[in-house]
Every structure is written in C-alpha cells, then in structure tokens.
Design a protein. Structure first.
Ligand SMILES: Nc1ncnc2c1ncn2[C@@H]1O[C@H](COP(=O)(O)OP(=O)(O)OP(=O)(O)O)[C@@H](O)[C@H]1O
Length: 233
C-alpha cells in the first residue's frame, strides 16, 4: 500500500524580501498506513506549519508532498479542498460551533455525504459520540461540556467522515493530565481499529506513549527522528 504521507525536501518561508523567514528546511517524512506519528520540538520549530502544509491548508513552496496519493506541490485550491475532505482535523481549541449541540457538531462533518438523510447523519453522530463515551451528552452545547468532553466531540467529528488521515495540533494542550491521556487513547484506539494514520503535533510529554514513532523538529528540520517505525503495538 502507498504511504498516506510522503514528504520530500519540503522547504517553506513566511514573508518576502528582508522579512523572509525560513521556517522549514528540507524536511523528509514518510508516514505508513495506520501509523501514529508524534511531532515534537520547541516552540517555533515549524511543527504547525508542516501540519498545515500536509493538511493542504496552505500552498506549498518547495519540495514534494504526496498526501493520500495527491501531489500537493502545484495543486490548485479545488484539489486542496477535495483532499481536505479526506482529512480529519483536530485542533487545540477544538473548533466546535458553540450554537450546535455535540451531536449536531459531529453530524455536520457528514454533510458532504449527500446519500445520507439528516436523520441518518444524526444517528451516526450519536453512535460515534457513544464510542467516545458521550452518549449521555448528545444534546449539550459545547459550553455545557468539560474541556475533555469537548475534545472527545472533536475526535468523534474528525473521524465521522471516515478520513484517510487524521491531523491533530496540540489536542491535549487545554486538558489536565487524565483527560488529555484519555482523549489521545480514544483517538489512538479509533484510528487503529480503522487503520487510519495520525500525525499529531504535541509539546505534551505525557502522551508520547501513544505513538508508534516520535519525530523531533528543531529550527525547521527533523532531528533525532527514529527512521523506522517502532514495532507495531
Ligand atoms: N502566518 C505566519 N506569518 C509569519 N510567520 C509565521 C506565521 N506562522 C508562523 N510563523 C512563524 O514561523 C515559525 C514556525 O511556526 P510554527 O507555528 O510552525 O511552529 P511550531 O513549532 O508549531 O510552534 P508552536 O509549538 O509554538 O506552535 C515561528 O517563528 C512563527 O513565528
């Protein structure tokens, strides 16, 4: 099977002329099917920028990025939008819509599937929320949930549309130790059971144990990465 993520020589800078600031330098990275890779490194080392390039959220500059079989260098916005539909995103701030219930937030991720009626979308959302332990909270608004519960809703939402890849940026940053670990274990179990790879940016040493591989970045480069994935867990 092809690698879901294959990066070669990714170089990226913000700004132009004198303000130009190189942020990524010649980054190579391959993620295997079903693999969970944690990206760590000091603040400003380029982790989020790399994640947004892989997620087709910004245009590439140099190098090659094949994501779910699509080359992103030179890809137009329509191609990037299509690819983004196959990616589940989870962010630190959970990005739930405050005026929708937990169930509606998850159902929204299924709207691209025209074959599903609204009722089916809501039923599927309820089933997914059950899998992350929230069946008692389907009709609550995000403000009525704890931070850990909100993040579990975003895990359910990211996996709802059966993405080929999950990208997570600091998903535990706002959580205490117990709920942070619980959320990533859930994410890991759901992803592993579906064979979905996860690339997760984190500063949080408490969750390193969920990874198949930890990749460290420093100053826009990958340093000290384990080249091979660890034995599958
Ligand atoms: N939109 C932008 N315009 C200009 N510079 C930016 C922009 N986004 C990020 N940067 C700069 O690029 C560098 C890398 O940022 P990035 O967010 O990728 O790092 P990071 O490793 O994810 O950091 P953190 O862990 O603090 O989130 C930083 O110096 C940052 O200030």
């Amino acid at each position: 099977m092809d690698s879901p993520v294959e990066l070669r020589g990714i170089t990226f800078a913000y700004g132009e002329g004198e303000l130009r600031k190189a942020v990524l330098r010649d980054v190579d990275l391959t993620v295997a099917p079903g693999e969970i890779v944690l990206l760590t490194g000091p603040s400003g080392s380029g982790k989020t920028t790399l994640l947004t390039l892989i997620g087709a959220l910004r245009a590439m500059q140099e190098g090659s990025a094949r994501v779910l079989g699509q080359e992103l260098n030179g890809a137009n916005e329509a191609t990037r939008v299509r690819l983004r539909r196959n990616i589940g995103f989870i962010f630190q701030s959970h990005n739930l819509l405050g005026f929708l219930t937990a169930r509606q937030n998850v159902a929204m991720a299924l709207e691209q599937d025209a074959a599903l009626a609204e009722r089916q979308r809501l039923d599927r959302a309820a089933a997914l929320l059950g899998q992350v332990g929230l069946s008692e909270h389907l009709d609550k608004l995000p403000a009525q949930l704890s931070g850990g519960q909100r993040q579990r809703v975003s895990v359910a939402r990211a996996l709802a549309a059966e993405p080929g890849l999950v990208l997570a940026d600091e998903p535990t940053a706002a959580l205490d130790k117990a709920s942070g670990h619980e959320v990533v274990m859930l994410l890991r179990d759901l992803a592993k059971s579906r064979g979905v790879p996860i690339l997760l940016v984190t500063h949080d040493p408490r969750i390193l144990d969920i990874a198949d591989r930890v990749v460290a970045m420093e100053d826009g480069r990958i340093v000290g990465a384990s080249a091979e994935r660890n034995a599958a867990r």
